[in-house]
Design a protein around this ligand. Structure first.
Ligand code: NAD
Ligand code: DAU
Length: 391
């Protein structure tokens, strides 16, 4: 990994940056096109899985722009420490001038935009950062991209792609018998998080229709897998169970989510980047609807087998019902047939295979969990679960 921008996101024009740009320029000459992608938010959960999977399958370099918020973690990318194909830039997508400088210096052929504030509960307790990064940040990134892309030679302009990574939450919530969300379902976001993502989806759509920017958008269901920050349900339950802490279930635990193993999401993004139709959106899902309580029971049972409690008994005994999330969406379900029909993508993992890999990963990577739980994590847990008890 080559690392730039340590001091406040600068160094876009550094000597190191110039050397990399020259190196890429030579590759461009050899291959006859631009040969690098820019990933935003590539130190987060899905972004880091995407970068790792990308470089496991391709030699095309990745320029990784990440602000390193509480959710960004360079330890996720530790295996790329000595890999020159990964160029890390510490910076903010809201900094339009710097992003434009970065684009002009490195000349990526595509942008895969993950960077966002992503946790619904945090958006309820403090929506400001969600408006800032998800809406203003996406706008700022689109503006920098438009300026860069407009000036590209015609062939490179045509080949360029801006892939926006979004969520199924923009569609709102479903009743038990409603058909799953399709790409034509009307947007009805219910949380500040989903509203900010919906706004960013609209902005991306408008840049295609108005300026012709070659965009594609993916709307995906709940991911799980390695490097998932333990504020989200699955990693939180795995961590709390082992620590002997309560396993908090919001409300009655009958809210339904569709779960997708993260590497399947990454494969879908690669496929859409490669062959998605411009201006289109593609739903991505695992065909794996489960109530939260069922997910928690599954995790407890797996842990009972793989790491039995020293004092005996089941981890299920730690389940604690707590006050519900305000405005909690009852059910998400994704109709991913368009992606399968047009681009041949299907998830490789079932929930059973994916969750087994996930539990195994967390059991063997306790140091990663301990590291992310240090620092401000404890403050978040205290704030989020304060006043929820006794539901
Ligand atoms: P995450 O919170 O784990 O990671 C977000 C990353 O973005 C972090 O590395 C963070 O440092 C970075 N970031 C935040 N603000 C930034 C800024 N202003 N400039 C640059 N970098 C910034 O999120 P995730 O779960 O990996 O989700 C990634 C994307 O996928 C998001 O856009 C999210 O809406 C979307 N998504 C997530 C899921 C899911 O289940 N996690 C499902 C569907 C879609
Ligand atoms: O659907 C895609 C979305 O999935 C992504 O866009 C979001 O970025 C991602 O965070 C995720 O959102 P959810 O709100 O569905 O995920 P979370 O893991 O926070 O919660 C999953 C379900 O579990 C939800 O119904 C709330 C519930 N829950 C969560 C926590 C943290 C609990 O019951 N207890 C908890 O302590």
């Amino acid at each position: 990994m080559v690392r730039c921008g340590e001091s406040g996101g600068g160094c876009f024009g550094s000597r190191m940056g110039m050397r990399l740009a020259r190196m890429c320029h030579l590759l461009v000459l050899e291959k006859g096109g631009l040969i690098m992608i820019l990933v935003t938010g590539g130190a987060g959960f899905i972004g880091s899985n995407f970068v790792l999977d990308w470089l496991a399958q391709s030699d095309e370099p990745v320029l990784n722009l990440d602000k390193l918020t509480y959710a960004g973690n360079l330890n996720n990318l530790a295996t790329l420490k000595d890999d020159a194909r990964h160029i890390f830039v510490h910076g903010d997508i809201c900094d339009q001038a710097k992003v434009l400088e970065l684009l002009q210096l490195h000349k990526p052929r595509a942008i895969v935009h993950f960077a966002a504030e992503s946790h619904v509960d945090r958006s309820i307790l403090g929506p400001g950062e969600f408006i800032n990064t998800n809406i203003n940040g996406t706008f700022s990134l689109l503006e920098a991209t438009r300026a860069y892309w407009s000036a590209l030679p015609e062939a490179e302009k045509t080949a360029f792609r801006f892939l926006h990574v979004s969520t199924d939450e923009v569609y709102g919530t479903l009743g038990p018998d409603d058909a799953p969300f399709s790409e034509t379902t009307a947007f009805a976001p219910n949380s500040p998080y989903s509203a900010s993502k919906a706004a960013s989806d609209h902005l991306v759509r408008s840049y295609h229709h108005t300026y012709g920017l070659p965009t594609v958008t993916t709307n995906c269901s709940n991911n799980y897998g390695p490097y998932h920050f333990p504020e989200k349900l699955i990693p939180l339950i795995i961590a709390n169970a082992q620590a002997g802490k309560p396993l908090p279930i919001y409300g009655d635990g009958q809210q339904v989510r569709d779960w997708l193993y993260v590497s399947d999401h990454c494969a879908a993004i690669r496929r859409v980047l490669e062959a998605g139709r411009l201006g289109e959106t593609y739903n991505v899902g695992g065909w794996n609807e489960m109530a939260n309580l069922e997910v928690v029971h599954t995790l407890c049972d797996m842990l009972d087998q793989q790491k039995p409690k020293a004092a005996g008994g089941s981890y299920r005994e730690q389940i604690t019902y707590v006050k519900d999330r305000p405005g909690h969406d009852r059910r998400y379900a994704i109709d991913a047939r368009k992606l399968e029909r047009e681009l041949g993508w299907k998830p490789a993992e079932t929930f059973q295979t994916g969750i087994a890999k996930t539990v195994q990963w967390y059991l063997t990577n306790q140091a990663w969990v301990a590291d992310v739980q240090s620092g401000t994590y404890a403050n978040w847990v205290a704030t989020n679960y304060f006043n929820r008890e006794g539901a």
